[in-house]
Design a binder for this molecule. Structure first.
Ligand code: BGC
Length: 356
């Protein structure tokens, strides 16, 4: 197999050892730790061959444990994004989840998957070096029904970082995991991403209220700052006084991929981001129905990043593939329900290349 896998000790959380796994293949190199299944760094070459770490992060494990509110690099779940009032019903049973995002449930609760130590093992894949991370979420954790077994495999294929999710449960539950990396293709800590060009294959987005909870309406992007169907700079319309831009402090919205019904579960290129200076290009491929595009509006210059620089609003963008927020309460949204005897399987890839 081409590529290499290395593992080293990365400290402890609550007496549990944390490991860092480093995968290298072709021109790409990533480091992932077992705390939160967090992607710590991703090195990719630019047009001139020079490598840069293109994901935001903290300098030390202690920083992640103390202040991972931004969810840098984490796998968020059980249900990433918001569930209104933290409430939902399933099979006639009412459930109350932790309310940790104002009145709402956000990213799996006070101690979601991003704040747990996962077990790790090298995975065998013909496509490149891989690490398999496993977490068992007990029944009632953060209020969720059913014990859930989740495996997330990070594989470095020749040109992409691939995430494969696989989960089973012992009782009916809900699941909506995502990867919450903040990217800056010019290099972490190098400034804002407003000059990056984005193409997003989405004609609609999930409209939200002032507390970022879905109104239930899927708004059309046509004629609004949310229209990225043709490639254009992220910052081009980010200062327009569109009510949804004001609520999101920029973009903090779930976009609905345009997907022919026949391609319902297949993987497609959902987004392309290009950084003109370095030439780095990121292609997002996924089988998920939506993606939260977030421009880091809550980064407020109070966090020092892995490279020793302060992060400000707009210094990174997230493309969090998922079903839509509040889906457990909205039967018209793609269902997040997982039942015993069924296996949840999903794939998202972040592919890197350079443009001339
Ligand atoms: C949410 C933001 C939130 C951020 C960090 C994003 O996925 O949409 O509203 O501030 O995560 O928690």
């Amino acid at each position: 197999m081409a590529g290499t896998v290395a593992r080293d000790a990365f400290g402890e959380v609550d007496g549990q050892a944390v490991e860092r796994w480093t995968l290298a293949h072709g021109d790409l190199r990533v480091a992932v730790m077992t705390y939160g299944a967090i992607l710590l760094r991703l090195d990719a070459p630019g047009r001139d061959g020079e490598k840069a770490n293109v994901v935001l992060g903290f300098p030390t494990l202690a920083d992640y444990v103390a202040g991972n509110d931004p969810y840098f690099g984490a796998v968020a779940g059980r249900f990433a994004n918001r569930i209104t009032d933290g409430r939902f019903s399933l099979d006639g049973q009412d459930y109350q989840l932790t309310r940790n995002g104002g009145a709402h449930h956000l990213h799996g609760g006070a101690r979601g998957f991003d704040k747990r130590v996962w077990a790790a093992a090298e995975a065998t894949s013909g496509d490149g070096p891989a690490v398999r991370l496993v977490y068992r979420s007990p029944d009632d954790e953060e209020g969720y029904p059913g014990a859930l077994d989740l495996t997330v495999t990070y594989t470095l294929t020749g040109d992409a970082l691939r995430l494969d999710y696989e989960a089973t449960t012992d009782a009916p539950t809900i699941l909506n995991p995502t990867q919450h990396s903040y990217f800056n293709l010019a290099g972490e800590g190098s400034g804002d991403v407003l000059g990056h060009r984005l193409r997003l294959a989405a004609g609609r987005f999930v409209e939200v209220d002032a507390a970022l909870s879905p109104t239930g309406r899927l708004a059309q992007v046509e004629g609004t700052p949310f229209d990225f169907r043709e490639s254009r700079p992220i910052g081009g319309r980010i200062r327009e006084a569109h009510p949804q831009i004001v609520i999101g402090r920029g973009y903090d919205h779930c976009f609905v991929f345009d997907r022919p019904a026949s391609a319902d579960r297949s993987i497609l290129i959902g987004a392309r981001v290009e950084e003109p200076g370095s030439g780095r290009v990121l292609d997002l491929r996924t089988d998920r129905p939506g993606v939260q595009f977030y421009t880091g509006g809550f980064l407020d210059a109070t966090l020092v990043g892995s490279g020793g620089r302060v992060y400000r609003q707009g210094d990174g963008f997230c493309l969090e593939t998922q079903t839509f927020p509040d889906a457990p309460n909205r039967p018209e949204f793609p269902s997040p329900v997982l039942r015993p005897g069924k296996t949840f399987r999903s794939r998202t890839e972040f592919a890197f290349s350079v443009s001339g």
